[in-house]
Design a binder for this molecule. Sequence first.
Ligand code: BGC
Length: 350
Amino acid sequence: MTEPARRPFGRTPEGERVELVTLDNGILRGEILTFGAALRTLEVPGRAGARVDVVLGYDTLEEYLTRDGYLGAVVGRCANRIAGGRFSLNGRDYALPINDGPNHLHGGVQGFSRRVWQVEELEAHRAVFSLFSPDGEEGYPGALRARVEYRLDGTALELRYLAESDRDTLCNLTNHSYFNLSGHGSGTVLDQELCIHARRYTPTDENSIPTGELAEVAGTPMDLRSPTPIGAHIGEDFPQLVQAGGYDHNYVLDGPVGTLRPAAWARSEATGITMETATTLPGVQFYTANYIEAGRPGKAGAVYGPRCGFCLETQIFPDAPNHPAFPSAVLRAGERWEHMTRCRFSADEG
Ligand code: BGC
């Protein structure tokens, strides 16, 4: 293990200093920005030990500030959409900022992905970031303290989330990394194989809001229960895929919520890299970078575009506050919102 490192990465327009933290456990190497606690780089061993950077990112803070897409960021206070920005809690109605068509998306205009996090703890293999979100920020009730730990544990990257609030509120934290197991600048992920351990998913309406149904994946192109190239069915004339321009759906993970259990598996033939994702959370948003425009400049001269990465955003289901039958996104005052997601990497020699 090497010494932990941190270096300046510019200033926000408000003058806040942003840093870049480097973690290295001799197997994995990761870089995390304090802006959005965003994972900028994740190098994992590929065939013959060659390191491959498997997440999309940018070279400059300017790009993180001005481009959409939430690359690598920790998203909160409430990930994904809330219909019309409206919900009720304890008999009171709340109206959140609208920032995606008619809906509230990913915590609002200045969600956690656009805040500068504090580095609380730093060792070669782990970093803890914290954030204080005041009562009423982006319309949410309660002052909330969030903490996210990135930990390199052997061949795995673990993210441990913790949040507490002084009033009842909503909480749904995720990480919005775009993975490309052939390398972040290698083009589309259509030939990479993916498996999601879910028998059901939550279909959405034309504004990407769940209809409330938990639909069976069986017999549809949404069925990813066995390894399937991401591109195998993405272009099919299936209304859910056509409407979203590809995959952009929450899968209802099999197995007990709150227990670390397999969520997904992905593999690149080009590098031999396999990623196995496990989580304690109830769902995972599988998103194929449908809205990243062609020709977008990325890190180190890379060029990104639609389908150049896939997100596996472990989460409570979108619009949960308006669907009493979904697992709840309510965080009660004084209780702890505690979840964990782990991505384990391995490489075969092909
Ligand atoms: C959402 C997409 C959205 C994207 C933004 C995903 O989590 O499901 O609909 O466009 O985030 O990058």
